[in-house]
Design a protein around this ligand. Structure first.
Ligand SMILES: [Zn+2]
Length: 241
């Protein structure tokens, strides 16, 4: 490359860099927006999980109570049978033994009734928790959906704006030679959108590493593109453009 050409390439790459600065900022925002939304979604999902757990617990309590109610029914039937058989017993010893059985059945029955009552109380408590949690979930859902609308609209706007930049980028790009363009593209992707950096106070404008005089002289010769030894970015002198 002749000196004039290198300087011209640098000018074009710097123009490209200006577009890419904006473009990469857009891309970062487009990436970040859904991440912010994901956090709100996770909070909403957590609340929903808690509600589902409470609902599952309510179902368990219901089933446990129903089982106890069946126990109670069969206990009551046993007691009726025992009462009837009591009348038919002639032997006093057998009579006393059956009477004792019946007393035990009464104790069992009372225990079952107490269990049923406990389940009912617990169910009532859980039902109240479910109502409260449903209200919380509804609020979180509204928040999430509102935020989602906002993020969707923002991402759409960012995408539209960046597609305008992309077409400007293409116009600049076609005027740059293949080889320096490929080098630029590689660096810009690896260095998060910054490939061309001006030398500022004898330091690399990308990583701020001090540049020895011979590197600056090399840049000034314009017989090729010069990269920073530390961050690999392409160096240029603002005053020479
Ligand atoms: Zn550097």
């Amino acid at each position: 490359m002749v000196a004039q050409n290198v300087k011209e390439v640098i000018r074009k790459l710097v123009a490209m860099q200006k577009i890419d600065e904006e473009l990469f900022a857009f891309r970062r925002e487009i990436r970040q927006k859904p991440e912010e939304l994901a956090q709100i979604k996770a909070r909403f999902d957590n609340k929903k999980d808690l509600l589902h757990k409470l609902e599952a617990h309510a179902k368990e309590l219901d089933l446990a109570r129903k089982a106890k109610e069946l126990d109670l029914k069969s206990k009551e039937q046993d007691m009726i049978k025992a009462d009837v058989s009591l009348m038919q017993l002639k032997n006093n010893k057998e009579y006393q033994a059956r009477l004792f059985e019946i007393e035990n059945m009464k104790v069992d029955k009372a225990a079952i009734e107490e269990d049923i009552l406990k389940f009912m109380e617990e169910s009532e408590k859980v039902a109240k928790q479910i109502e409260a949690e449903k209200a919380v979930v509804a609020v979180e859902e509204k928040k999430y959906l509102a935020e989602k609308d906002k993020v969707d609209a923002a991402v759409q706007k960012l995408t539209e704006d960046s597609s305008g930049l992309e077409s400007r980028r293409r116009e600049v790009m076609i005027a740059i030679d293949k080889e320096p363009l490929a080098l630029y593209e590689r660096i810009v992707e690896n260095r998060d959108g910054v490939a061309m950096v001006p030398v500022v106070n004898n330091a690399c404008g990308g990583c701020f590493m001090h540049l020895p005089a011979q590197v600056i002289n090399k840049i000034k010769k314009y017989d090729g593109l010069v990269r920073c030894e530390i961050c690999s970015r392409l160096q240029y002198l603002q005053e020479d453009l």
